[in-house]
Design a protein around this ligand. Structure first.
Ligand code: TXA
Ligand code: MG
Length: 345
């Protein structure tokens, strides 16, 4: 199959909508990362998403709703009647935006989307291209990140092509994703609201709306969520070149290694030095993270070293992705970088 990349204008949006309505998959920009979209209530279309990504059918997908109004999703049978009241508050504050809510599943959602769970993940994205497409299609779109399973999420059209060339008919090019890391996933199931995947919308943001902070995934993961989210898999978002978390600033260099600095270090940068956030802002670091990891990977060095991520409202999300992408830790022993495998907690 030939994969086309089309700049998102009204003609290409129509083409994408027609492909989707005929049961095909299309890669689309969202404010977080590119998604691989398909008609979310059509089991055959949904299966194509799993096939193109090489994703195991046990990992459920997010449904992108056609409206930020939760009541419409209930009327359409996507969500069960009477969801937890906090869902309405959260949706009205954070949608459109990068918050995914896990709620009891309505009767119209096929088990292929939810991997047989009686819950469903929903969000209404903030990107104008995804919104226009949802309007044109008029039905919810299932869309996981548009990468091969376990690999780095794509944040521009070329990165999607690198991941899925020949496997999908169309990539809608909406430029670079402004947020750069996937949505915060918040379960609203009993016994208590729990963040399953950290993102731009933080625990503090959610606490301001709910009146109390949500639990963190690690506290009650196995108990409440027998089917872990893929974002919870230890190895995820990973480059092919092994990535090591440095315990210290990367002030020493070695020619066979790639160095990812948080901020621009003093002096002239060499070709094996990359920077996440030239302006030191955490939003810039998030926006650049996956592109920089891809760039580092493309250099085919022996290993990639990344500097510690300083505290900020995005630090949890950044550290979570980097930890899952990593193979181990690195430290400078006075003459060379010592690489130790196995940093997973
Ligand atoms: O920002 C995003 O969320 C992007 C864009 C494209 O919207 N999508 C995305 O999808 O990251 P994906 O499939 O890569 O991640 C979805 C996450 C996974 O961790 C999945 O396990 C979790 O949501 N999830 C989906 N349904 C779930 C459910 N019913 N219960 C628990 N976790 C669920
Ligand atoms: Mg993903």
């Amino acid at each position: 199959m030939k994969t086309a990349i089309l700049k998102s204008d009204s003609a290409s949006l129509r083409r994408a909508a027609d492909l989707l309505l005929s049961g095909e998959v299309v890669a689309i920009p969202t404010e977080t990362v590119y998604g691989l979209a398909a008609l979310g209530l059509n089991p055959q279309a949904v299966k194509k998403v799993f096939t193109a990504k090489g994703r195991p059918p046990t990992d459920p997908l997010i449904l992108h709703l056609t409206s930020p109004d939760l009541r419409q999703a209930i009327q359409a049978g996507i969500l069960k009647e009477n969801p937890p009241p906090a869902a309405f508050d959260l949706a009205s504050v954070f949608w459109p935006g990068p918050l995914t809510l896990i709620l009891p599943r309505g009767p119209q959602v096929p088990p292929e989307v939810t991997s047989g769970l009686d819950t469903v993940a929903v969000r209404y994205p903030a990107h104008p291209v995804s919104q226009q497409l949802l309007d044109l299609v008029g039905r919810p779109l299932a869309a996981p990140s548009a990468n091969r399973f376990g690999r780095i999420s794509p944040t521009d059209a070329q990165a999607v092509l690198q991941e899925l060339e020949g496997k999908i008919p169309l990539i809608l090019d909406g430029g670079e994703c402004p947020t750069g890391v996937e949505s915060t996933v918040l379960s609203l199931l009993p016994p208590e609201p729990t963040i399953l995947r950290p993102g731009k919308i933080t625990s503090e943001d959610i606490a301001r709306v709910m009146g109390r902070p949500p639990g963190q995934r690690s506290e009650n993961r196995a108990k409440n969520h027998p089917m872990p989210a893929p974002g919870m898999l230890e190895s995820h978002y990973a480059p092919v070149t092994p990535l090591y978390l440095s315990q210290e600033p990367l002030s020493h260099r070695q020619s066979d290694l790639l160095f990812i600095h948080y901020r621009t270090p003093p002096g002239v940068l060499t070709s094996n030095q990359l920077v996440l956030s030239p302006d030191g802002n955490s939003a810039t670091a998030a926006k650049n993270l996956y592109r920089v990891l891809r760039q580092a990977d493309a250099a085919h060095g022996k290993a990639i070293l990344i500097e510690p991520i300083p505290d900020s409202n995005l630090a949890l999300a950044l550290r979570d992705r980097i930890q899952r992408a990593s193979t181990g830790t690195a430290s400078w022993n006075g003459s060379i970088w010592k690489l130790r495998r196995g940093s997973k907690t």
